[in-house]
Write a protein that binds this ligand. Structure first.
Ligand code: FEO
Length: 171
């Protein structure tokens, strides 16, 4: 059984993961509008991954006998100045999510909820990966500066990212 405090915190994180999916979908739409289809593809896969994160929270709350409460998802930004600006915001966002996950671990531990703590460890590891992959795209973008040729090469590279495993399993 979940304590009310942990249940509320898990529901908040469910909303935060939904927002992440919304944010990356909006970034996908931005890249689509600028004809950078590889960058758009990368964001599409990222949005799918966030939806899977949200569903992990959804399923876990139910599994533990808690009550899922869906709340309003904020509107994400629509426009960015450049691909670099998009990835700067992405990195900042992922760092914020890491902070949220860490705070959630603290809440679970303060409530002696070891099952939730174990569930959250997957996300702790996932955040290391997320920050690393976003950070490396951002570093490449900074290195390229405004060189158009490099940007198109990167676009071809990012086009290779596939859907997350959980999604391909469903297809
Ligand atoms: Fe679900 Fe990118 O954190």
């Amino acid at each position: 059984m979940l304590s009310k405090k942990v249940e509320k915190a898990l529901n908040e994180q469910l909303n935060a993961e939904m927002y992440s999916s919304y944010l990356y979908l909006s970034m996908n739409a931005y890249f689509k509008s600028t004809n950078l289809d590889g960058f758009a593809n990368w964001m599409y896969a990222q949005a799918q991954e966030e939806l899977m994160h949200a569903m992990k929270f959804y399923d876990f709350i139910n599994q533990r006998g808690g009550r899922v409460v869906l709340s309003r998802i904020d509107s994400p930004p629509v426009e960015w100045d450049s691909p670099q600006a998009v990835f700067e915001e992405t990195l900042k966002h992922e760092q914020k999510v890491t902070g949220l996950i860490n705070a959630l671990v603290e809440t679970a531990l303060s409530e002696n909820d070891h099952a939730t703590n174990i569930f959250l460890q997957w996300f702790v590891t996932e955040q290391v990966e997320e920050e690393d992959s976003v950070g490396s795209v951002l570093e490449q973008l900074k290195f390229l500066g405004s060189a158009k040729g490099g940007l198109f090469m990167m676009d071809r590279e990012l086009a290779k990212r596939g859907a997350p495993q959980e999604i391909t399993d469903l297809l």
